[in-house]
Design a protein around this ligand. Sequence first.
Ligand SMILES: [Zn+2]
Length: 80
Amino acid sequence: MATEYGVFNDEGLVEDHLWSLGEAEAAAAQHRAQGDEFAEAREICPDHEGQPKDGCEACEDEESSDEQGDEDEDSWHIAA
Ligand SMILES: [Zn+2]
């Protein structure tokens, strides 16, 4: 699967379907030139559209809910 890049600002994804980092950085520079000072090129999460790969909230949610499930099971066994 090809790595996809996008342009993100402080509110989230502003441009996607960029297939090289150079292309994404050029697009981010264009957004900054238009006054979007937070625009930056980032790699998009391969599992979640519209999320940056680093710090993807959907991935973090999945990880923490998995941990929660294990804890519940353990405490049920201890209680029984
Ligand atoms: Zn993700």
